[in-house]
Design a protein around this ligand. Structure first.
Ligand SMILES: NC(=O)c1ccc[n+]([C@@H]2O[C@H](COP(=O)([O-])OP(=O)(O)OC[C@H]3O[C@@H](n4cnc5c(N)ncnc54)[C@H](OP(=O)(O)O)[C@@H]3O)[C@@H](O)[C@H]2O)c1
Length: 350
């Protein structure tokens, strides 16, 4: 099996589900499955290698070009409502594309990240007034079909009269004909029901494939669902070791409603790179403090972290963090050093 294209699977090998705990029906261990997957990909670089359902499928998954690179790099994945899989670590772009002297490094960083399987790219019309979207086009336009592109609309554009125009402008800057995911950046004065209607219209028109929200707290999410927003596929929120408030109610609510969470500023805009409480564990696992912080965030199933890095070295370091598994003792040490708040507090945002 490891030497031949698996019969009836269109090059698909399944090597586990979240948690990597499932064995193939032939009884192979996860390690054996990884070797099989590796050998298959060496031989058929274009082969899909997805995590699906914990068993070797008897028929191929639906054709979906956007999933090609996900499993090839063995990264944990997150399944969106509807079944599409995305990598659990993507790339943020806030403050990118704004400084000419940084541009070539930023382009190299984004490309390196995609090569490493971080194919989910997060941006927004707000970032540099569209400069980040234009940078993405320049850096990644040639591999657009491998990407899962996420952009966001300003709240003042989230109305029936303005959202289509905002979306079109983002599409133009990104050089693409559709967004994979379009988010309401934060809640403003436009009623949620109207925004949902406008997003659903964009979806019907094929301009966006999925929609979601950002910076919505639990009560907002309840209101969204009540306003017809059952099609929301994510809430992008501030979540990291020093921003654990969402653990009290928003994260459980999202889990209960099977809505994946996207964690922004997962390394607290770089500030966790120098946090002394992370040094000891970093030394223990042979990693950097940033890697420990990212690995802690990624411990949750159904979570996508979107660190922003503008150098290839940082991108590589961040990608490697996805392979670190912290022990229970290390997680307990982090709990003690970064306790979750004891009382509910409003969702923080940056
Ligand atoms: N929805 C929202 O309201 C919202 C708000 C904030 C952010 N976001 C999204 O989330 C993304 C990430 O958040 P963020 O940019 O605020 O913060 P972040 O990802 O937590 O931190 C980015 C900072 O960390 C540094 N960094 C990255 N990797 C590093 C490493 N391995 N070692 C040391 N430093 C490292 C970066 O430096 P270099 O650039 O020099 O590599 C940058 O200064 C944004 O880019 C954006 O796409 C969304």
């Amino acid at each position: 099996m490891s030497r031949q294209r698996p019969a009836g699977t269109s090059g698909v090998i399944v090597f586990g589900t979240e948690g990597m705990s499932v064995q193939a029906r032939d009884g192979a261990t996860i390690n054996e499955l990884f070797s099989i997957a590796k050998m298959t990909l060496e031989r058929w670089p274009a082969a899909l290698c997805l995590l699906r359902g914990g068993h070797l499928p008897t028929r191929p998954p639906p054709p979906n070009r956007r999933t090609h690179l996900i499993g090839e790099k063995h990264m944990k994945h997150v399944t969106l409502p509807g079944g599409e899989v995305v990598p659990s670590m993507g790339q943020g772009t806030w403050k990118m594309g704004e400084r000419a002297e940084r541009r070539s490094d930023e382009i190299a960083a984004l490309r390196a990240g995609v090569e490493l399987g971080m194919t989910l790219i997060d941006t927004a019309e707000m970032y540099g007034d569209g400069a980040a979207e234009s940078l993405i086009r320049e850096a990644l336009g040639s591999v657009r079909d491998q990407l899962f592109l996420v952009s966001k609309a300003y709240p003042q554009n989230a109305s029936r009269s303005r959202l289509a125009g905002a979306c079109e402008a983002s599409l133009k800057r990104l050089g693409t004909d559709r967004l994979d995911l379009y988010l309401l950046h934060w809640r403003g004065s436009v009623p949620l029901a109207e925004t949902v209607e406008a997003l659903e219209e964009l979806k019907s028109a094929g301009k966006i494939r999925h929609w979601g929200v950002s910076n919505l707290d639990t009560d907002d999410m309840e209101e969204l669902v009540a306003a017809g927003g059952g099609g929301c596929v994510t809430d992008q929120i501030l979540y990291n070791l020093v921003r654990r408030g969402p653990e009290l109610d928003l994260l459980p609510w999202l889990t209960e409603h099977k809505i994946p969470v996207m964690a922004y500023s997962p390394v607290e805009q770089g500030r966790l790179s120098t946090h002394p409480a992370l040094d000891k564990i970093a030394a223990e696992v042979g990693a950097t403090p940033v890697q420990v912080a990212l690995s802690w965030t990624l411990r949750r199933d159904g979570l996508i972290a979107i660190p922003k890095a503008s150098s290839v070295a940082h991108v590589r370091e961040n990608r490697a963090a996805a392979d670190i598994v912290l022990s229970d003792a290390q997680l307990a040490t982090l709990d003690a050093a970064f306790p979750r708040p004891s009382n509910r507090r409003p969702l923080e945002m940056l």
